[in-house]
Design a protein. Structure first.
Lengths: 427, 182
């Protein structure tokens, strides 16, 4: 009897265990936040699946997480509009919002949904955006992210990143699993899992493949795996270590690191595993290659001058120029998509922290408030930096805005999370 | 030089043979130490058995010098400073002892496993662990150990403990010396 109950309880728990998700919380925010009200979308009760996250909740959570918005409570407003003609502007100026989002979800034949939304400027009393989506019920969350992106872009002038994905490695119960999840931590999917370490996942530019390093052959070997078919190839399994894969911006090549000559050096290899060519030749460690967005240069970490610093060389080889000069330990270079900012990990008196360097001026700013930071990568819009850190002895993901003002923690209910990388948009 | 080395090994063997261990260790088959069996290579080369009977007998008779807690060969870790790959003077005798063992036992094979503490970059630490294992290999090469006897591998910071202080970090910055079949 008891066993049976326990069994049922376990069955009930299973979906929760399988869906150990990252939850995001914001620490701090921008100096000036845009006030926005989001009226719950009108839905036909019968069509709405029993889910706790309605469209308006997801949109609100996205905007709040960006740190740039103050999402106002709307329940106190008696008249809840769903169409433009229903909007009574005085209701909304009285709660001091600048922007208002309204919308509706309607059933369409063939188990499809019509999502319509409008963004309204409350002060100017005009419509800023209006859009309709014809979707399947499974696309509801993704659609909410897309709407949040549109609102974000309209009101801040920058592209949103809510409809993007992240990848990271979760270590739990002695197993490593490479995960891909939505940028808000939902929908985690396991790409590959192993009892040996997995590190250094790298997104192909089109977001359909991941290159990563697996120790499953008792030494580091680079794989490339399709996220669509799940099929994978061994990209590099040469003598010694094979690691640090980084896709070229056109997706045809990867920069990788081999210890073929005993010392870590950078090579370029075609995406099918052919055409290996060594491009760095030093007596020190050369590792962590990262392409400039135009494909002309490779930034990398090298200790050729003593301690590790970031250098840059032409992507077909040639002389390297040192890029970082402050401090004795600067590693893990990643560039913003416009190629103007460099983020990296800098060791200082307070530990290992995320730093941002303006490549034009050389000015460096330490932006994180954590002390054991690793693996920084830019969001596609270049505003936030996702990185791994350790809080209370547990690997955690965090994100920080390039100006250091907005800070997020992505908490996993389960394991030790590390090696994040922010990918391109969904689909 | 080599001759005197061999003699000292034989002497050690003879001394050890006087102990009670001789009886206990009678089966001279390679002993798989469970504590490090995960590192053992799956391909145990059969050809070694015939060629190295002399060595195997010595070891079997005396108790394995590699396992004898009074023998420096039982010490298996070389420790490093932060972000450094130089073998420090205090670990030279240890590396020398293993190099001499490899010279005296030309069929013995060893893996130098490089590690780093868990601070900084995983990829940089993977490279650093490799440099450390190569540094120990070079030191052993100078003393006559052959390339074919030594394999180097790096785990970077992947085997590092969850450390919070320097005493703990320094335990992770090391090269482990693991013999084949151990």
């Amino acid at each position: 009897m008891l066993n049976k109950r326990l069994f049922i309880l376990l069955l009930l728990l299973l979906p929760m265990i399988a869906k150990a998700e990252l939850t995001v919380e914001v620490v701090g925010g921008a100096a000036q936040q845009i006030p926005i009200a989001i009226v719950p979308f009108a839905t036909q009760a019968s069509s709405a699946p029993a889910q706790q996250d309605s469209l308006s909740n997801v949109i609100g959570a996205d905007l709040r997480l960006s740190g740039l918005f103050r999402v106002l409570e709307t329940r106190g407003v008696a008249n809840q509009p769903h169409t433009l003609s229903e909007v009574k502007y005085s209701d909304w100026t009285s709660i001091q919002t600048q922007a208002l989002t309204i919308g509706a979800v309607d059933s369409l034949p063939g188990n499809r949904l019509k999502v319509s939304f409008r963004l309204v400027d409350v002060l100017k009393q005009n419509q800023l955006l209006a859009m309709e989506f014809n979707i399947t019920p499974a696309q509801e969350r993704a659609t909410a992210h897309r709407i949040a992106d549109m609102i974000y872009e309209k009101l801040t002038g920058e592209k949103g990143v809510f409809a993007t994905r992240i990848t990271y490695v979760n270590k739990e119960n002695g197993r490593y699993s490479l995960q891909v999840a939505d940028a808000d931590g939902f929908n985690p999917q396991t790409v590959v899992s192993s009892k040996e370490p997995l590190i250094s996942p790298s997104w192909s530019p089109d977001g359909t493949k991941l290159a990563y390093v697996s120790f499953e052959k008792k030494k580091p070997v680079i794989f490339v795996q399709s996220l669509l078919s799940g099929q994978r190839i061994v990209l590099a399994n040469f003598k010694g270590n094979n690691s640090a894969p980084a896709w070229s911006p056109d997706g045809t090549k990867l920069a990788i690191v081999l210890t073929y000559s005993a010392n870590s050096q950078i090579y370029v290899i075609n995406a099918d595993g052919n055409g290996l060519k060594q491009i760095s030749f030093s007596n020190g460690i050369d590792t962590e290659p990262e392409w400039s967005p135009d494909g002309a240069f490779i930034y990398f970490t090298s200790n050729r001058g003593g301690g590790p610093q970031i250098y840059r060389m032409p992507s077909n080889g040639g002389d390297a120029k040192r890029v970082t000069f402050e401090g004795s330990y600067n590693v893990s270079p990643h560039l913003s998509t416009d190629g103007k900012l460099l983020t990296f990990i800098k060791q200082g008196p307070a530990g290992f922290k995320v730093a941002v360097q303006d490549l034009a001026t050389g000015q460096v700013q330490v932006v994180s408030d954590t002390t054991q930071d690793e693996s920084p990568s830019f969001a596609p819009n270049g505003r936030m930096i996702l990185y791994a850190t350790s809080i209370g002895g547990k690997g955690t993901l965090a994100a920080v805005s390039v100006d250091g003002r907005v800070k997020q923690r992505l908490k996993d209910t389960g394991g030790d999370v590390r090696e994040p990388s922010w990918g391109s948009s969904l689909n | 030089m080599r001759k005197s080395l061999l003699i000292s090994v034989l002497l050690a063997a003879a001394l050890a043979a006087c102990s009670n261990n001789a009886v206990k260790n009678k089966p001279a088959a390679p002993v798989i130490d469970s504590s490090s069996s995960s590192q053992a290579k799956p391909s145990t080369t059969a050809k070694d058995d015939g060629a190295s009977t002399a060595v195997a007998n010595q070891n079997g008779a005396e108790g394995n010098p590699l396992k004898d807690p009074n023998n420096i060969l039982s010490k298996r870790s070389v420790y490093f400073d932060f972000d450094k790959d130089e073998v420090k003077a205090e670990y030279r005798p240890l590396v020398e002892a293993h190099a001499k063992y490899l010279v005296a036992n030309p069929n013995a094979k060893v893996i130098f496993q490089g590690n780093a503490d868990n601070r900084g970059s995983r990829e940089y630490n993977l490279s650093l662990g490799q440099r450390r294992s190569v540094a120990v290999k070079k030191a052993a090469n100078v003393l006559g150990a052959q390339d074919k006897q030594i394999e180097t591998v790096s785990y970077g910071e992947e085997k590092a403990k969850d450390c919070k202080d320097e005493t703990c970090y320094q335990q992770d910055r090391r090269v482990d010396i693991v013999y084949e079949n151990e």
